[in-house]
Ligand binder design. Structure first.
Ligand SMILES: Cc1cc2nc3c(=O)[nH]c(=O)nc-3n(C[C@H](O)[C@H](O)[C@H](O)COP(=O)(O)OP(=O)(O)OC[C@H]3O[C@@H](n4cnc5c(N)ncnc54)[C@H](O)[C@@H]3O)c2cc1C
Length: 371
């Protein structure tokens, strides 16, 4: 297993240290934990981040690199489930988060747009409904009738979405957080959040760390995703992230012309409800077959890996205080859609700790909805 993104050279980072008790301890140095650390340290709080691995070595360095606005559900379903106002607000909130990511990203985020494809006539109907709902509610989207020379049955172009080098982005966030005074302790596993020497604790472990907070164990289910990357192709076939079949399949061509492809979780969906970070022959074979179709030739695979993300029952994250615990906060459960949401929710939980509870997202994502 060799996640392509993690081969990127690590950035130099300051190494501030705090003696004794800190204002906030964060468990998890992925996009959520680093985003929260940056926000809190910039506001003058003392912060210590603990990760059992290195920065970005969880899902944040193992994902598809899609930087998409919105939630994990289709827009029309989100609107139906929690109302127009909440749904539009959520979409616009993530659009603003993407813009802030662009400002921080330097060369780790390209605003290429993304293409949400329909694999068959039925899916075309579904995404057409989504597209109409977005247009009705003033959310920018473009309809493409016969994308990729008619190989797919329609698509929504989200022009402002992006392609992220997620490990590079998160390492940059970590470096910024360290510059602002956050201590980052890598290879430092936390087994008991009550033993941390901190006034407040943020659990930012998404699909990893299952059971660390017992109350959340049944609410965020560890789920495995698998990815392959090819050797560089001769030409650029895909100029932006593409995804089809309800997002089960996703691919993008990287700046060095390699093709990254992930998905096919539905081939053995129950087996993939696991936190075992291993690739499997069944899904790898499906990925290879489909990559062959996408490039019109037998692919040469150079990288394969698995990663774990946290799935929730309603596909919405959990962000807020853990009910019944005075000083433990959670931010995670992005249901496979955590690049932009994770960044935004890291800031959101930090703002809540700083006393700003005004965001409507805090009500929507409140872990108390499951208690
Ligand atoms: C294969 C795959 C493809 C994906 N593709 C996309 C995509 O294209 N676009 C998108 O938006 N989202 C995607 N996602 C989801 C996205 O990667 C995650 O939602 C996001 O990275 C979560 O970030 P995080 O910081 O919350 O968690 P993570 O990045 O998973 O970080 C959690 C950290 O917690 C640490 N940790 C856990 N337990 C402990 C402990 N006890 N003590 C100390 N440290 C601990 C882990 O080591 C880990 O580093 C994908 C996920 C996977 C797995």
């Amino acid at each position: 297993m060799n996640p392509y993104w993690l081969e990127d050279a690590k950035l130099p980072r300051a190494a501030p240290k705090h003696d004794g008790r800190v204002d906030v301890a964060i468990v998890g140095a992925g996009i959520t934990g680093c985003s929260a650390a940056l926000r809190l340290a910039e506001r003058g709080l003392s912060v210590r981040v603990h990760d059992q691995r290195g920065v970005a070595e969880g899902a944040s360095g193992r994902n598809g690199g899609f930087a998409l606005r919105g939630g994990a559900s289709r827009y029309d379903i989100a609107r139906e489930t929690y109302g127009r106002e909440q749904a539009t607000e959520l979409w616009h909130w993530t659009e603003r988060a993407l813009d802030r990511m662009s400002e921080l990203s330097r060369d780790s985020l390209r605003r290429t747009g993304s293409l949400r494809l329909a694999a068959d006539a039925e899916e075309r109907e579904e995404i057409r409904i989504e597209f109409e709902a977005m247009r009705e509610d003033g959310i920018d989207a473009e309809w493409i009738d016969a994308p990729l020379e008619g190989r797919f049955h329609g698509a929504i172009l989200h022009a402002e979405d992006g392609a992220l080098q997620p490990a590079r982005f998160v390492r940059r966030l970590a470096a910024r957080a360290a510059d602002a005074g956050a201590e980052i302790r890598e290879h430092d596993r936390v087994d008991d959040v009550t033993a941390l020497d901190a006034e407040q604790v943020v659990v930012a472990t998404d699909g990893y760390g299952h059971g660390l907070v017992a109350e959340l164990a049944d609410l965020v289910w560890p789920t495995r995703g698998q990815v392959i990357v090819s050797a560089p192709l001769d030409e650029v076939l895909y100029d932006k992230p593409h995804y089809a079949r309800q997002g089960f399949d996703y691919w993008q061509q990287l700046p060095d012309r390699r093709l990254l492809l992930g998905g096919f979780r539905d081939v053995s969906i129950m087996d993939e409800l696991t936190d075992v970070e291993e690739t499997t022959p069944t899904i790898q074979a499906s990925l290879e077959r489909f990559m062959g179709e996408l490039i019109g030739a037998e692919p040469t695979i150079t990288h394969r890996w698995a990663g774990i993300f946290g799935l929730t029952q309603d596909m919405l994250p959990l962000v807020g205080r853990v009910p019944g615990r005075a000083n433990v906060w959670a931010a995670g459960g992005y249901s496979g859609h955590g690049n932009v949401l994770g960044f935004a929710c890291g800031e959101l939980v930090a703002d809540a700790i700083l006393g700003d509870m005004s965001s409507p997202q805090l009500r929507l994502f409140d872990p108390a909805r499951f208690f």
